[in-house]
Design a protein around this ligand. Structure first.
Ligand SMILES: NC(=O)c1ccc[n+]([C@@H]2O[C@H](COP(=O)([O-])OP(=O)(O)OC[C@H]3O[C@@H](n4cnc5c(N)ncnc54)[C@H](OP(=O)(O)O)[C@@H]3O)[C@@H](O)[C@H]2O)c1
Length: 264
């Protein structure tokens, strides 16, 4: 931690993927994780043991007067937990992409959002310095504190309001969740001929690199973009035993052709 930087005392509510990554990064930046509260004893204790701090399963047992409370719980659990919290003067944030900051209104004086725009899974450690941190706060003082904290762990820190964050979240779901689902479907197709998904890795890497270099619209290739009806029919015939994947293929083909038309 740089000299003269304040070391914040931080409580995490939730001990899952985001809590695990953020708490380690903030701890490494010189802040003190003083308590972890989670639904089950096992996950609360496991994360708390990393820092040798207190843990609990009851939000009513939150330690008094932390500087910051970070909610990193499932989106559908957040509202009920906020209703039960008593945060005093502490600043409180959540880490969700689709939940408005106003969820804290009337429940805390100082509140905001600390949303890491990345996908987290157990056993994976994405480089936190490259993760865009989307910050929103209800006061300028609180915003300064959250922006400063975010800059200590990431090189990409943005001020993003709740509407823009929801838009970012939607786009993120499309490229990450939908993109990954296409890989699941591709693997299913390949398996029928005992072919490995690894064969597609160079193609996928070039697809991503090219989309960012040229722009995704310009980078679009393939039978749908060329309106090559013969190849499209062959693919649809091959998928006749997998009606669900066939439907996805058709929807994508129509969407690509619609966008090619629009772009003319
Ligand atoms: N995963 C991502 O890629 C990602 C990326 C950016 C933002 N986010 C956001 O970050 C937040 C957390 O997501 P996550 O992926 O870290 O979730 P997660 O891995 O499923 O972990 C959720 C944590 O919340 C705890 N929890 C659930 N209900 C609770 C309750 N009633 N009281 C206390 N703790 C409770 C769970 O406890 P137990 O373990 O004890 O069951 C678990 O530790 C969500 O808002 C999500 O949208 C996620």
């Amino acid at each position: 931690m740089t000299k003269n930087k304040k070391s914040y005392s931080i409580i995490f509510i939730g001990a899952g993927r985001v809590a695990g990554h953020l708490s380690r990064a903030l701890h490494d930046a010189g802040h003190r994780i003083i308590q972890v509260i989670s639904r089950t004893e096992e996950s609360a204790r496991t994360l708390a043991n990393v820092f040798g701090c207190a843990w609990d399963t009851d939000i009513a047992k939150m330690l008094p007067d932390p500087d910051l409370i970070i909610f990193a719980v499932r989106d559908d659990a957040l509202q009920a937990l906020i209703a039960r919290m008593d945060v005093g003067e502490a600043s409180v944030v959540h880490t969700g992409g689709s939940i408005p900051m106003s969820v804290f209104e009337g429940k805390a004086r100082s509140y905001g959002v600390f949303y890491p725009l990345q996908t987290f899974s157990a056993g994976r450690t994405p480089d936190i310095r490259k993760i865009p941190m989307c910050i929103e706060a209800n006061t300028s003082g609180n915003e300064l504190m959250l922006m400063d904290l975010a800059r200590q762990i990431s090189d990409v820190v943005l001020r993003v309001d709740s509407t823009k964050r929801l838009t970012l979240h939607l786009a993120a779901i499309m490229i990450n969740n939908f993109g990954n689902h296409l890989l699941v479907l591709a693997q299913e197709i390949l398996r029928k001929e005992q072919l490995s998904l690894d064969l597609l890795r160079p193609l996928l890497e070039e697809t991503v690199a090219k989309a960012f270099d040229l722009g995704p619209r310009k980078a679009q290739t393939g039978p749908a973009a060329r309106n090559d009806k013969m190849v499209i029919k062959k693919h649809l015939d091959l998928l006749s035993c997998s009606p669900e994947i066939q439907r996805v293929y058709q929807v994508f083909t129509e969407s690509i052709q619609h966008h090619m038309e629009k772009g003319k």
